[in-house]
Write a protein that binds this ligand. Structure first.
Ligand code: SAH
Ligand code: DHB
Ligand code: MG
Length: 214
């Protein structure tokens, strides 16, 4: 099932054609019954391009799932670069590790199995980019951690800025919707960030950390 808009397909077919490795990762997702909530090829290509633009070497991802976005991210890093990716679900973590091995990226990716709020305090600051794509209720806390762990000049990236329209629906008081709206407001207002939402797929927050303190 392909729910993407014709315009999204157009972008994918022109700019974000998958190689067999990425195709296989998505096939494996389906075979293993992982939820089909990985980034799309055009969003993956955008993440990849953003990392290349800042010559990222050390990147953090929160929410690995089956490794699809991780492969797009890690492929933008130099051979000595590192993607640290956090995943709490052991089944997802196993599939993601297999994906990184299949893509020849195992030397560049460190998957840490555990809950993000337990793992984040153990990490050393100085990341070039942080891509947030896990549970939505704690998003304000992931915002604080992202800002703490990013270097000045680094990119704060967060998937599902629209959350299927829930971001715009003030009557939706679910924990997920509240988390997404709170994150977007923090990103928009923080004087350390220059940020916007790129309306790719379900919305991608892109923020450049231009200074360390207000
Ligand atoms: N970035 C992936 C998709 C991630 S889906 C891609 O585009 O390919 C969200 C993932 O976050 C799921 O695998 C889920 O198990 C994981 N997750 C949810 N809450 C988490 C938490 N608190 N800590 C770590 N991982 C979490
Ligand atoms: C959903 C999609 C996502 O990209 C995500 O990170 C979490 C949930 C969803 O469609 O429910
Ligand atoms: Mg997502």
């Amino acid at each position: 099932m392909d729910e993407r808009l014709p315009l999204e397909r157009y972008v994918t077919e022109l700019f974000a054609v998958e190689d067999p490795i990425l195709e296989n990762i998505r096939a494996r997702h389906a075979a293993e019954n992982l939820p089909p909530i990985n980034v799309s090829p055009e969003e993956g290509k955008l993440l990849h391009l953003l990392l290349l633009a800042i010559q990222a070497k050390r990147v953090l991802e929160i929410g690995s799932l089956g490794g699809y976005s991780g492969v797009w991210l890690a492929r933008a890093l130099p051979p000595a670069g590192t993607l640290i990716t956090i995943e709490k679900d052991p089944h997802h973590a196993r599939i993601a590790r297999e994906a990184f091995r299949a893509a020849g990226l195992e030397g560049r990716v460190e998957l840490i199995e555990g809950g993000a709020l337990e793992v984040l305090p153990t990490l050393t600051p100085g990341f070039d980019a942080v891509f947030i794509d896990a549970d939505k209720e704690p998003l304000p806390r992931y915002f604080d951690w992202g800002m703490r762990l990013l270097r000045t000049g680094g990119l704060l990236l967060c998937d599902n800025a629209f959350f299927h329209g829930a971001a715009l629906d003030e009557t939706d008081r679910s924990g997920n919707a509240l988390g997404v709206r709170a994150f977007n407001k923090l990103a928009a207002a923080d004087p350390r960030l220059v940020a916007t939402i790129i309306p790719v797929r379900d919305g991608l927050v892109v923020g450049l950390k231009t200074r360390d303190s207000a």
